[in-house]
Structure formats: C-alpha cells, structure tokens
Design a protein around this ligand. Structure first.
Ligand code: HEC
Ligand code: HEC
Length: 166
C-alpha cells in the first residue's frame, strides 16, 4: 500500500472513531414512559434526530413504526402500543394553541371583572389574535385604565386566546 493510501486509511479510521462522539451531540430522546423501547429498537440504524424532527398523529406514528419494521426494525407486538404512545406524546401533532382549562376559567373571571367596564365584548369578539398579540392588547387596555394585575394577565390572555385566537 502506498503512503498516500495509508494516510487515507488513517484519516478514515479517525473519522469512524470520531463519528459516535459527533453523533452523541445530536438530539436525544426525552425521558418518559416508553423511551426504553425507542432507545432499544429505534436507535442504531439512525440517531434520534430523524425521530425528534417529526410531528405525527397517532395514526402517522403507527404507520411510521410499521414502515420501520418493514425496513428491519424488530419490535415485539406487545411493545408496539407503548412505543407508539411514547412517540405520539412526545412528537405528536400539537394544536396551535393549547388551552389550560384552569387558566381559561380563571381568565374568564378576570375578563368579566376588568374588560366590561368601558365597552361591550364585541370589540374583543371582532379580533382574531395570537397569544402574544392579546398580551399586547391587554397591556394597551391597562394603559387606558383596565385593572388587570401582572398575576391575572396570563390567565386572561389564555382566556382571550381560547375564544378569539388567531
Ligand atoms: C433497520 C434499520 C432501522 C431501524 C431499526 C429503525 N429505522 Fe427509522 N429509518 C431507517 C432508515 C434507513 C431511514 C431513512 C433514513 C434517511 O432518510 O436518511 C429511517 C428513517 C426514519 C424516520 C424519518 C422519516 C422516514 O420515514 O424516512 C423516522 C421518523 C424513523 N426512521 C423512525 C424510526 C422509529 C420510531 C424506529 C423504531 C421503531 C426506527 N426508525 C427504527 C432505518 C431504521
Ligand atoms: C378604561 C376603559 C377600558 C377598559 C377597562 C378596557 N377597554 Fe378595551 N377599549 C377601550 C377603548 C376606549 C377602546 C377603543 C374603542 C373604540 O375604538 O371604539 C377599546 C378597544 C378595545 C379593543 C379593540 C381594539 C383596539 O385596541 O382598539 C379590544 C380588543 C379591547 N378594547 C379589549 C379589551 C380587553 C380584553 C379589556 C380587559 C383587559 C379591555 N378592553 C378593557 C377602553 C377600555
């Protein structure tokens, strides 16, 4: 073998040795019930990055897992629901805005108290705003005289967004 060939071999050996270290810096699977199945059955052919970058419904994950099984993943039938449950919880389709029921209820009380002093609800009903934009709208109303404390604001914004969100 030529000297150049040896150098190339050494370089390749270095890359192969370094590869797991480089990959280890990529995204990891978040710990939660079922992660052990994903670790054992889904990491190896590829790293977690392909999984964590997906957002699929439960049906979508069922299909993805079935596809991986066709491609060579070995998964006992009784582990499949646990894995699909894990994947759907961690990497499922999220609604654009998630509404915390308790916050929305608390926010409704603030709204009735603080937002009906000067005008009817119609001004709010006409709006379709993101949470950030509702936050700014509330700040504006506070500058104009609405009585909303800093503690009450997040719940109020949750309520407004749940009713008149973007
Ligand atoms: C036998 C090897 C193998 C195993 C085991 C495996 N995969 Fe894959 N997976 C692949 C290959 C090959 C690709 C395509 C990679 C690419 O496009 O670069 C892939 C791609 C993916 C993708 C990207 C979307 C797609 O379909 O191309 C996701 C998500 C995925 N795998 C999830 C999983 C899950 C979840 C498991 C555990 C059940 C798993 N994989 C186990 C081989 C495997
Ligand atoms: C001190 C009086 C006052 C209070 C309290 C008040 N508003 Fe207003 N609000 C106004 C005025 C004045 C306008 C402008 C009305 C117009 O254009 O006809 C307005 C307009 C609005 C509009 C229309 C968009 C805009 O910015 O002009 C929205 C939405 C709104 N208010 C929401 C709220 C919410 C939510 C609350 C409770 C946090 C609230 N308001 C409390 C005075 C008030």
């Amino acid at each position: 073998m030529t000297a150049r060939g040896l150098t190339a071999m050494a370089a390749l050996a270095f890359v192969l040795r370094a590869a797991p270290l480089l990959l280890a810096q990529g995204p990891v699977l978040p710990a939660s019930a079922g992660v052990e199945v994903a670790q054992a059955k889904c990491i190896g052919c590829h790293e977690a990055d392909l999984i964590v970058s997906q957002r699929l419904s439960q049906t979508g994950w069922e299909r993805e897992v079935a596809k991986m099984e066709r491609w060579g993943a070995t998964l006992p039938a009784d582990e499949r629901p646990r894995l699909v449950g894990y994947l759907t919880r961690q990497f499922g389709l999220r609604p654009a805005v998630s509404h915390d029921a308790a916050a929305v209820a608390a926010g409704e009380a603030v709204f009735k108290e603080a937002c009906r002093m000067c005008h009817d609800d119609d001004l709010s009903e006409q709006q379709r705003l993101s949470a950030a934009a509702w936050g700014r709208e509330v700040d504006k109303m506070v500058r104009w005289g609405a009585k909303v404390s800093a503690e009450e604001k997040p719940a109020l914004v949750a309520y407004l967004t749940s009713r008149w969100g973007a």
